[in-house]
Write a protein that binds this ligand. Structure first.
Ligand code: MRU
Length: 350
């Protein structure tokens, strides 16, 4: 099994996703600042993985603190949480994880510095286990939505590499294949960072799952030719009305799917659902370096001085979404109601 991230006695160990698929290299972040940089530079990426990496980074920072009383530790803890919160703005799992660590800190405060240090590490490790369990539950719910055979298109990487293991969208595909369905995955290459061709193709091939990489602009043609029976993607933040922020290009895929009457599914853990954000317009969209667009594999591919836009995510309006799969079950339109009902339930996962 791919170990996307793990807690070790030396620090937070990550598979370096900037170097895949050519090199499988692991890096160990030995300070919380190194974890924050790894998140910002996308050494670790994907909403659930970012959340758990941040939690481990916080636990690491607290462990290394020399504070001798809870009040000075709380000051340092605040600074560490702020550093994590400033890494990437769109994936709400990051803020969910920080809040969970803050709540844990306050619950432990009466027990003193030593206990806080130990228990925050436990909490981060628990989050990793819960994430894998949530993905497996999503797989169980979502497998039934997949066709019995044929092509399934995915965009970006919502697999083991984007989570603590198994994946969200790829978890649904894995579970469907395990249940006997004969699926063939079409992986959008996902310009400019190439999560589809570099990461999704890499992890699916490792599992022996039939995979075809296509450039992003080929999805429509594949749909028209009848090669795609369903689309399944992950999410970075789902608003209370079911609007979905995910990797740039997801919106175009959703519109194409509607035109070709192909179901468009979103798989994400409940920690990606942001009931405090009413709709997609309120979701902050990360803008990344223009260089990701003007350069490719170290080579310049656009003229000097040209204007560039590089939003890392887009928002797919809920009207294009057939269903949202979470570990709590499957939500369908009207999402304002189905997600509200789901918010009141909790999943027994393990
Ligand atoms: O910029 P990235 O690579 O972090 O973006 C990742 C995505 O958009 C994924 O689809 C999303 O985080 C879901 S991962 C289970």
């Amino acid at each position: 099994m791919i170990k996307t991230l793990e807690w070790t006695s030396q620090g937070v160990r990550l598979i370096d996703q900037t170097r895949l698929p050519m090199e499988e290299v692991y890096v160990t972040c030995t300070t919380y600042q190194e974890v924050a940089t790894a998140i910002r530079d996308m050494v670790v990426r994907g909403a659930p993985a970012i959340g758990v990496a941040a939690a481990m980074g916080i636990a690491l920072g607290v462990q290394q603190s020399t504070a001798t009383d809870v009040s000075s530790l709380r000051n340092e803890f605040g600074q560490i949480c702020r550093a994590m919160g400033e890494t990437r703005p769109t994936a709400v799992n990051l803020f969910w994880a920080i809040r969970r660590m803050q709540q844990k800190f306050e619950a432990l405060a009466p027990e003193g510095v030593r206990q806080i240090k130990v228990s925050l590490v436990d909490e981060a490790q628990q989050m990793l286990l819960e994430d894998i369990a949530a993905n497996q539950a999503m797989g169980r719910h979502g497998a039934a939505l997949m066709p019995s055979s044929g092509g399934v298109l995915t965009h970006c990487n919502a697999g083991a590499l984007a989570t603590c293991g198994y994946g969200t969208a790829l978890g649904v595909i894995r579970a469907a294949i395990d249940s006997g369905k004969k699926l063939h995955v079409f992986a959008d290459e996902t310009r400019p960072f190439l999560q589809g061709s570099r990461l999704t193709a890499w992890e699916l091939m490792k599992d022996g799952i039939q995979t075809t990489v296509i450039a992003d602009n080929m999805a429509g043609a594949m749909m028209l030719q009848g090669k795609i029976k369903a689309v399944v993607v992950g999410a970075d933040r789902i608003a209370a009305n079911g609007d979905v922020a995910n990797k740039i290009g997801t919106y175009s895929v959703a519109v194409l799917a509607r035109e070709h009457e192909i179901p468009f599914y979103v798989a994400a853990p409940w920690s990606t659902v942001d009931m405090n954000t009413p709709n997609g317009e309120q979701i902050p969209i990360e803008q990344r370096s223009h260089k990701e667009v003007t350069h490719h594999a170290g080579k310049q591919v656009a003229p000097d001085g040209v204007l560039v836009e590089n939003p890392a995510f887009d928002v797919t309006p809920n009207k294009f979404v057939t269903a949202i799969v979470t570990e709590r079950g499957i939500a369908r339109a009207p999402f304002s109601e189905s997600l509200k009902e789901m918010a009141a339930t909790s999943a027994a996962l393990v």
